[in-house]
Design a protein around this ligand. Structure first.
Ligand code: TYD
Ligand code: MG
Length: 452
């Protein structure tokens, strides 16, 4: 590739192409290529010898990294037990979901716990950030604030200030004068991220980068950004709900899939320490189509209500509308119900929803989904003191799931007294909980709804 010919870079995988084509050869994505400044050719021929690197054996264990606590329990848990020095964290989320609010509160909280914090905003003027701080009641916290987008200036500032934590809001607004393209472009985002991560490792400064999210829910810019950082967190929530969920999708220093639950209020985000109670709080009288799922999110049990509505369809192809669950999983469960239990859903519209704006990804939710669907179809309520969990296999058998005891304990704590679980589950000792174990879906339908 000649040095000055334009390059086309895929916005999803970062693959470089000589000319524009509709389909990326790297990842197969359609219409993802954009024109970019040519990439640098890299170092010429390797000259001279390198230094020998220091090698060690597997037995020598370094000390676990000391972690700084923010005092916000929900945040600390998602980080894997606090902030690891010199780590790089990417926080993604839809515009307006509350990323800046969360990070300003986090900065204030960390600074009150003795971590020197620097908050650099590339999107808002300092006055705007100060106004938000006032609204949040954080003006007393010793956070150093800057509004800048030139990364060279920011790095110089970080080098002299040497904070424990630097927050960059957002990575898409940062630009390097060595890269010849607009801020927010693939090469700028990649270069800016690389500079900041390298700086974090070299100088022992933890950095949190805010990342914008594209229409289909991925962090805008090349996927490589997610590989460069140690931890990727998504801040998500449904519009019209005040709940916000901070979810670890990658964490080199803790469990992935951990969630922290927050509520957006008039004066900022409040942490929700008992999410199950919150997600179930809107549950009224027992009604058909509602089932309570005892789930696990990361290391914590969370109870959620699965709601289904089944109605005759005026359409040739009935609707299948899902919020908070996987649509493919719904199709599978509907097929199993029809093939193994003789409960057809042909000609019926099916709407499925997780109450409270929560997103459930565990296969253990299958049984609760099936129960909600049958309950809606047969117009029979599930007893309100019952929780369900279990994975459904294609044969219609129920498979045990992990952490049964934790699920049951959480349910008992919230006043549930009945549970339906797959046969062979490791129940443990849970007081006040009557567990019925079912081998397959047919047995479950017979027992709950009195039909085979
Ligand atoms: P913001 O943190 O600016 O979102 P992001 O950085 O992800 O784009 O949050 C903006 C939204 O949060 C805005 O719609 C108003 C709302 N909000 C509150 O409801 N209460 C508050 O105390 C604050 C600061 C914001
Ligand atoms: Mg913002």
């Amino acid at each position: 590739m000649s040095k000055n010919s334009p390059t086309f870079t895929c916005t999803t995988c970062g693959a470089a192409h000589r000319k524009w084509i509709g389909k990326c050869e790297g990842c197969g994505g359609w219409n993802t290529l954009i024109e970019e400044a040519p990439l640098s050719a890299g170092p010429k021929a390797l000259g001279g010898k390198g230094r020998a690197i220091h090698l060690t054996d597997l037995a020598t264990i370094g000390e676990a990294p000391p972690r700084a606590s923010s005092g916000i329990d929900e945040l600390d848990r998602v980080l894997g037990g606090g902030l690891v020095p010199a780590s790089a964290i990417l926080v993604g989320g839809d515009p307006g979901i509350g990323k800046s609010t969360l990070l300003l509160q986090a900065a204030a909280s960390f600074s009150r716990h003795g971590v020197k914090c620097l908050y650099i905003s590339g999107e808002e003027a300092t006055a705007q950030v100060q106004m938000r701080a006032q609204r949040l009641g954080l003006t007393e916290s010793p956070v150093a604030l800057g509004a800048e987008t030139n990364l060279r200036d920011i790095l110089t500032t970080l080098d002299t200030e040497r904070p424990g934590l630097a927050i960059i809001d957002s990575i898409q607004t940062m630009w390097l004068d060595t890269v010849d393209s607009a801020p927010g472009s693939v090469s700028q985002v990649r270069a800016a991220c690389h500079e900041l991560v390298t700086f974090a490792k070299r100088r022992g400064v933890a950095v949190i980068l805010v990342g914008h999210v594209t229409k289909d829910g991925q962090i805008a810019g090349p996927r490589v950004v997610e590989h460069m950082v140690d931890t990727v967190l998504y801040f998500e929530g449904e519009r019209g709900h005040q709940f916000r969920i901070l979810r670890a999708v990658k964490n080199r220093f803790g469990p992935a899939d951990e969630i922290g639950v927050f509520e957006m209020t008039g004066n900022g985000l409040q942490q929700v320490l008992n999410p199950s109670a919150l997600f179930l709080s809107e549950r009224g009288q027992p009604s058909p189509g509602s089932a309570v799922f005892a789930g696990i999110e990361g290391t914590r049990p969370v109870l959620t209500e699965i709601q289904a509505l089944v109605a005759p369809s005026p359409l040739g192809t009935p609707r299948r509308t899902v919020v908070g669950l996987d649509g493919g999983r719904l199709s599978t469960i509907l097929a199993v119900l029809e093939a193994r239990c003789g409960i057809p859903f042909a000609g019926l519209d099916v709407f499925l929803n997780v109450a409270g704006g929560m997103r459930v990804t565990e296969p253990a939710a299958d049984l609760a989904v099936a129960a909600a669907l049958i309950s809606a179809r047969e117009d029979v309520s599930i007893p309100p003191e019952t929780v369900l969990f279990g994975e459904i296999s294609l044969s219609g058998a129920l498979r045990p799931v992990s952490q049964t005891e934790n699920r049951l304990k959480e349910a008992a704590k919230l006043g549930f007294s009945q549970a339906i679980a797959p046969k062979g589950s490791k129940l443990g000792q849970v007081e006040g909980m009557n567990v019925r174990q079912m081998p397959d879906l047919t047995a479950f339908v017979g027992e709950m709804f009195g039909a085979g």
